[in-house]
Design a binder for this molecule. Sequence first.
Ligand code: S3P
Length: 164
Amino acid sequence: MIIFLVGFMGSGKSTVGQRLAGRLGYSFVDMDARLEGEHGMTINEIFEKLGEKAFREMESNLLKEMVSLQDTVISTGGGLPCTGNNMDLINREGVSIYLRMEPEALLNRLSRGKSRRPLIRHLTRQELSTFIREKLSEREPVYMKAHHIVSGLNFKMDELLEIL
Ligand code: S3P
């Protein structure tokens, strides 16, 4: 089985994914980290040198490779499910979990973690707040297609394990 964690930047996909994989005895793949390793560039550098469109193609291609894995937890980049038919592919090939978080909680997390994220690194707190609200309302209908929806802020591993 493949388990995909989806959700907005800062919702805790990588941390939860790693812990979940540990509990299940599964492998763990962080797609952003994998892309950085494969291309020898940080996500910031990929956006700067090749542009967002190229990044979206890279992550969609990586997703197509990922679906042949077994017993793996995969944390996806926040924009991946929203490109093309990626969310449908995720749902067809694996079990998806949306780590849901309110805009206020995301703002607090992302104000601290924005430097390695090209879409938000240059934004002031006020701009970031607006960005989160707008982007989340655009993306949430896609995230909501996930098989399971759990709280990212009050995340409880045992509850997730029970759902699965
Ligand atoms: C992005 C999210 C990032 C990364 C890139 C773009 C997005 O991943 O893929 O900076 O469009 O939301 P995280 O969700 O792991 O921060």
